[in-house]
Design a protein. Structure first.
Lengths: 276, 333
């Protein structure tokens, strides 16, 4: 009896999990389906789910009407560039806070995180003006800088948590064994921190890739990444759902593929510190 | 090689004095155990010797050389940590060889010394495994292996057996003692377990609130504790301490008598009481007797001594083995 009850429970949970997963995935699935419809089918009431005239003309048109490759390249430069610069700054910072904390370390960490609690739009005007006066508007450099700055608190926090997981005893053992600071970092700390650094890197690339507020407000045609590319299809001449969907699919596809192949690292990144 | 001398060594943590100033000398080849309740400063003292903490005052001499300002690696000591502190990403071979690699030894020398250490510690078949694939006892042996390859002038052990189960702890205790016989290197061993201290040490240092209460051989401490703290801490089960009239009769503020130094009888004796809990250990039986005004008295009786809960028994302490203490808790000789 108990065994049957536990099987039924398992089945119920599996079904619920699938329903939730499908609910979350549905908008993405709908976008992908719509991208293969004609503009007429895309707005049909009641909506056609699978039985419609399948076409790839949206993709060809989006491709020819805009410079997808330029936006794609911008996204790559901005997300990877900001992540690498962020890591270069955050690794020593998190290192210092994890291994030689002072009385104020907790406050510094909180202060850094508190900057993420403020609505971004609150500083839009000053940042816009700074960018305008320094000639950074609509440049990749400008976006790399802003992306680094807005994601830095998260990178530092994530790395800090990872470094904290490395037991102090191990570092002391290395010191007893004759390792200098440089060798301690090279042979002990870095190899132990690599999984943490890798998941921080992946998560931050995704965050930077998907960021829309600053990219939309600070770019025009030159430095706009794929988020700006999508937005350009919700144009004043009216909404073209099928083309908008095609553009969206093209924008999310690369990051989705990357996410798929690095699932294991990402799950660790997203649940870090949850279990010892 | 391997003498350690502490001269008025003190340690202050954030305005709080953990160790007020300790003088201690550890001779070459000695097995010294620091024992005391948790928070008594024994681990801090070990870490000061290791160089993992800076002293706030005083001097540490290792082999006659002032090592107070030297970094841990240059003190010629090796340490075994409570958590083993193995490098999880390295194989057993690389873990044991790491200190040699840091010392710039050639690959052949490293291989040879690692092989030797593995043989001594029965780790030869596990050299290519990682720490995660080993049992607790094997990990502990790897940690010891990493310490012995350096041929240090002294070993420091920080509660190395407290993560092991009781049976394994017994085995490892013997292995470490045997290792000491073989290597004849100075060993400084920290534990809160007085059984470990009694069974392994040449010399025990009893610590309490950062101060040394007594230094001596295990039997010295057992036979003539200098104060109430040592009397209560060393020996298992602990010494019975009696105050009041009974102590005054013997011109003392407190008297102490060990459970094994009380003769039990069902017909006559100096003290009487009723039996509460009795613990049958097989060879011995420990009786917890409620002796009225004297309080609870623990008596070690013969394993064959038959007694029921609530039964009246009589106890006679061995007059030669009654310890007397004054109002300050110091032994009266």
């Amino acid at each position: 009896m108990a065994r049957m009850a536990s099987r039924r429970r398992k089945l119920t949970f599996t079904v619920i999990a699938w329903i939730i997963a499908l609910l979350i995935f549905f908008p993405i699935l709908w976008t992908i389906l719509t991208s293969f419809k004609t503009e007429g089918d895309a707005v049909a009431v009641p909506p056609h789910f699978l039985f419609f005239h399948w076409t790839t003309e949206n993709y060809t048109e989006v491709w020819s009407r805009s410079s997808y490759l330029l936006h794609f390249w911008n996204s790559v430069v901005i997300s990877i560039g900001s992540t690498i610069i962020g890591l270069i700054i955050a690794i020593p910072a998190a290192w210092a806070m994890a291994f030689s904390p002072t009385k104020r370390t907790k406050d510094v960490l909180m202060w850094m995180l508190s900057t993420k609690m403020m609505p971004a739009v609150g500083v839009l005007v000053p940042i816009y003006l700074i960018f305008k006066n320094t000639g950074l508007l609509d440049t990749r450099t400008g976006l790399v800088i802003i992306m680094t700055l807005i994601n830095l608190p998260i990178i530092v926090w994530m790395l800090f948590t990872y470094f904290k997981e490395i037991p102090n005893d191990i570092l002391e053992a290395a010191r007893m064994d004759g390792a200098t600071l440089g060798k301690e970092i090279l042979y002990i700390l870095t190899p132990m921190a690599v999984p943490g650094i890798a998941s921080t890197l992946l998560l931050n690339i995704i965050l930077a890739w998907n960021e829309a507020f600053w990219t939309l407000n600070l770019t025009a045609s030159n430095a706009g990444p794929l988020t700006a590319f999508i937005a350009s299809f919700s144009a004043p001449e009216g909404l073209f759902y099928a083309k908008l969907s095609a553009a969206s699919t093209m924008a999310i596809a690369p990051i989705l593929v990357m996410g798929w192949f690095s699932q294991k690292q990402l799950v660790r990144g997203l649940t870090f510190g949850a279990v010892k | 090689m391997g003498s350690i001398v502490l001269k008025n060594v003190s340690k202050v943590f954030g305005g709080h004095q953990v160790i007020p100033g300790i003088d201690l000398s550890i001779d070459e080849g000695e097995f010294v155990v620091f024992v005391g309740p948790s928070g008594c400063g024994k681990s801090t003292l070990l870490r000061l010797i290791a160089g993992l903490e800076d002293v706030s005052g005083g001097e540490i001499l290792i082999d006659g050389r002032n090592a107070t300002e030297l970094p841990p690696a240059r003190r010629g000591l090796a340490m075994v940590f409570q958590s083993y502190a193995l490098y999880p990403h390295m194989t057993v071979r690389n873990n044991i060889g790491f200190p040699l690699k840091m010392a710039g030894e050639s690959k052949e020398t490293i291989d040879k010394k690692v092989g030797e250490a593995a043989r001594v510690l029965n780790l030869t078949n596990y050299l290519d495994r990682r720490p995660g694939q080993l049992s607790g006892g094997q990990r502990q042996r790897v940690a010891i292996g990493r310490a012995i390859v350096r041929q240090p002038s002294a070993f420091l052990f920080d509660e190395p057996l407290s993560n092991l189960d009781a049976a394994l702890r017994g085995t490892m205790r013997i292995e470490i003692s045997e290792l000491h016989q073989q290597l004849k290197t100075t060993m400084v061993y920290v534990t809160h377990d007085q059984v470990e201290a009694m069974t392994m040490a040449d010399k025990i240092v009893v610590l309490n609130i950062g101060r040394i209460e007594q230094v001596g051989s295990p039997l010295d401490l057992y036979r003539s504790p200098q104060n109430l703290f040592v009397a209560g801490f060393i020996g298992s089960p602990r010494m019975n301490l009696i105050t009041g009239e009974e102590a005054a009769k013997r011109q003392a503020a407190t008297i102490g008598v060990r459970p094994e130094h009380v003769v039990l009888s069902k017909s006559k004796g100096e003290w009487s009481g009723t039996v509460g809990v009795s613990e049958h250990l097989g060879s011995d039986t420990l009786l917890h007797v409620d002796a009225g005004k004297l309080g609870q008295i623990t008596v070690r009786a013969d394993g064959e001594f038959q007694v029921r809960h609530g039964e009246r028994v009589y106890m006679t302490p061995d007059p030669q083995r009654i310890h007397r203490f004054d109002a300050e808790g110091q032994a009266i000789r």
